[in-house]
Design a protein around this ligand. Structure first.
Ligand SMILES: Cc1ncc(C[n+]2csc(CCOP(=O)(O)OP(=O)(O)O)c2C)c(N)n1
Length: 699
């Protein structure tokens, strides 16, 4: 080796970095891109290709800094060099883009949508296709590090950090700003690692942030350390990256580093870059960090021959991986339905994901009992929820509750009243007003082995979190059971004394359509206890819908059924048994249907489904086969409401048992109106239900 070149003050000696390793990883990444672009994409063996050419140096340098045993990465679809530097196997990388068995997703997801489950060494959270989705889960990982250290006494977490990797355009997303607010207000150990290649596909940086430089714009952001550099100055970039990571790791709070990089290929394999001039493309090539690195290292640190040797090794490794990957089989279509939900093996044991939730940490909660042991006076539904949360917080130190106003105030519905006082603000706390932040943070926390219980204040306000909710639901399937993020999202909604389009929607069918989510809609306090406990001890993400009219409703009051009481999902409760027809309903309509049946005096089965995902088809079909008539009642709007699904199943599976058409009574297709008289005009009333029952009985 020759003497080091002259470096600016403060820049680490390049000898301190094992440049051969860096070089090899860059060469490997570039060889992968070459192979995909030149051969696999034209041959349709790869269908989506995202080259990282130009981004490799910065990512590999970051990777070598992620040495904390519980470091976590919210990665990007252009993160492959980072993944390679963190130990992603070459065959798995190639098998992913080639949609072969194994890889990251067994052919289920785009090959550059990575994940790397790890309990020791940097863990890469499942990447999503949506730009900006990586940020709030990374916040959640950072928050979990702090929680695990402070509450669970996990010392390794104290020296670990989270990183969120993104491009310049990703800083324009809601997720970025949500994460930035949370990380800075809570001083979380999170590094925003922004590679600015000047474009989001074809839209230039100046249209993503004023002036085109996010670092400059964030210089005055409180609580954030900002570093800005250019990867075509490799030694300075290396020093900046080390500085940024060290600062966050040593407790300096969140930081953002922006590194200018050239994008040396189109956005994806399909992109011809027609929006760039030939001069611009040539100038980008001139800025190639890899070539700049060569100029700095050869011959001072590495001889030209050794440099070429490492390049050749990268190419050889990729070439050797290809036939091995081609020998891998195509994924089995018979398995494609698996892992939407947590699966139970034939012997009753849970097929646990490699990472995420308490199960993923080897902590399996006790199953509880389906035997109710009613204690004390009847309590309202909100008290039932609070009491269940309180008990589960006491027995599960990995559980934590958060949301807008849930801390000191105890929630706008009082469901968490007193819980912060009892369990402290590490376990029950207020969040900033960002539903994407609330759910995204929960995703990262769950991935890090906790059981988050986020509250969304009202049904409609889950909308800003839609992307995180969707991605959470599909996580297990996308990663073939490598990752899952079990959590319980509590959402009050539905009408109260009046309606309105914001607080009073029910729209539960949307959750049922959200793949991977279990959905509970209890109608009374006893079921609320049992379903909530099932969810809190379960291994899947769950929407727990708390109906506003039931929170303090008289009919829904029941005695507390005990600290171990659970209600299994997918088991309807048969409230009345009769002969003339079946009434199938859930949530706040259960009470109305029961009263309507009493008013009519007609003999009928009354089924409270209690959960909609899964829903009790068997009990429904058995009842309809017996009574030969069915009325479905729900508060959600009619068209494509969940009643349509039930009706379709009955029409197919019990068609020849029916003596009358299947009837549905639901809100017409209008938003919930505010004026109580308007609300009464559209909500299924006891009278309207009674009429429908009578009419159906008379057919
Ligand atoms: C929410 C969302 N909107 C749009 C897209 C389509 N899309 C994929 S990448 C991309 C540009 C991202 O640019 P940037 O963050 O700068 O990263 P780069 O591709 O330049 O590395 C767009 C618009 C997407 N994947 N997700």
């Amino acid at each position: 080796m020759n003497a080091s070149p002259k470096l600016a003050p403060g820049v680490p000696e390049p000898g301190a970095i094992d440049w051969r390793v860096v070089l090899r990883q860059i060469a490997t990444s570039r060889a992968l891109d070459d192979l995909e672009e030149s051969t696999l994409l034209p041959g349709r063996k790869v269908l989506y290709q995202f080259s990282a050419r130009g981004h490799e140096l910065t990512q590999v340098l970051l990777g070598r800094q992620l040495t904390g045993s519980r470091d976590g990465v919210g990665a990007y679809y252009r993160s492959r060099p980072l993944l390679l530097s963190l130990g992603l196997g070459l065959e798995d990388a190639l098998a992913s883009t080639m949609m072969r068995t194994g890889g990251m997703s067994d052919g289920r997801d785009i090959g550059v949508v990575f994940n790397l489950p790890r309990k020791s060494g940097a863990c890469v959270l499942p990447v999503c296709g949506g730009v900006g989705t990586q940020y709030t889960p990374a916040v959640g990982w950072a928050a979990a590090l702090r929680y695990r250290e402070a509450v669970l006494g996990d010392k390794e977490c104290g020296a670990s950090i989270a990183v969120a990797h993104g491009g310049d355009a990703s800083t324009a997303t809601n997720g970025f700003w949500s994460a930035l607010n949370i990380a800075t207000t809570e001083r979380l150990p999170l590094l925003f690692f922004i590679e600015d290649n000047g474009y989001g596909i074809s839209v230039p940086s100046r249209q993503q942030t004023p002036g085109g430089n996010i670092a400059r714009n964030l210089e005055s952001f409180r609580g954030l350390r900002v570093l800005d550099g250019d990867a075509s100055d490799p030694m300075t970039a290396a020093a900046l990256i080390e500085d940024a990571v060290t600062g966050v790791r040593s407790g300096g709070g969140p930081a953002l580093i922006r590194l200018a990089v050239p994008r040396l290929s189109g956005h994806s394999g399909q992109d011809t870059q027609a929006y760039k001039s030939a001069g611009e493309i040539a100038a980008e090539k001139e800025r190639d960090p890899f070539e700049k690195l060569r100029a700095q290292l050869v011959p001072a640190i590495i001889s030209a021959a050794d440099w070429d040797l490492e390049l050749a090794r990268g190419r050889q490794a990729v070439a050797a991986a290809l036939p091995a990957v081609e020998r891998r089989s195509a994924p089995d279509p018979a398995r494609v339905r698996r892992y939407v939900f947590s699966e139970v093996a034939a012997d009753g044991s849970v097929e646990v994901q490699q990472q995420g939730g308490t199960y993923g940490e080897g902590v399996v909660p006790p199953p509880g009992t389906q035997h109710a042991n009613p204690q004390g006076p009847r309590i309202n539904l909100v008290t039932a929820v609070r009491r269940t949360l309180e008990h589960e917080l006491a027995v599960n130190p990995r559980m934590l509750i958060f949301g807008e106003d849930v801390g000191r105030k105890g929630g706008v519905h009082a469901a968490t009243l007193g819980l912060q006082e009892k369990f402290g603000s590490a376990r029950v706390f207020d969040t900033s007003l960002s539903e994407e932040g609330i759910i995204g943070r929960a995703v990262g926390m769950a991935a890090a082995g906790l059981m988050p219980v986020p509250e969304i204040q009202f049904r409609k306000y889950a909308d800003p979190a839609a992307e995180q909710l969707n991605d959470c639901g599909t996580m297990r399937w996308r990663t073939v059971n490598r990752f899952a993020a079990p959590m319980v999202v509590r959402i009050p909604g539905g009408f109260f004394k009046c309606g309105d389009p914001w607080h009073s929607q029910s729209n539960e069918v949307q959750w049922v359509h959200g793949l991977g989510w279990r959905v509970a809609m209890p109608s009374n306090a006893q079921d609320a206890v049992g379903l909530l406990r099932s969810a809190l001890r379960g291994n899947d993400p769950t929407i727990f819908f708390e109906h506003r009219s039931l929170l303090d409703g008289g009919w829904a009051r029941r005695a507390y059924p005990g600290d171990e009481f659970v209600v299994p999902f997918g088991k309807a409760s048969v409230l009345r048994e009769g002969t003339t027809l079946s009434v199938v309903t859930w949530g706040a309509m259960v009470e109305r249907c029961e009263k309507a049946l009493i008013d009519t005096g007609i003999s009928a089965d009354l089924l409270d489904l209690r959960t909609l995902s899964p829903w009790d088809r068997e009990a429904t079909l058995a009842s309809v086969r017996k009574t030969r008539r069915c009325l479905i009642v729900h508060e959600d709007t009619m068209t494509a409401g969940f009643g349509a699904e039930i009706a379709a199943v009955i029409a197919k599976d019990a068609f020849f048992d029916l003596d009358a058409p299947i009837e549905r009574l639901a809100m017409p297709d209008v938003p919930s109106p505010h004026n109580p008289e308007l609300l009464d005009a559209v909500l299924p009333s006891i009278e309207a239900i009674a009429q429908a029952i009578t009419a159906l009985a008379e057919i």
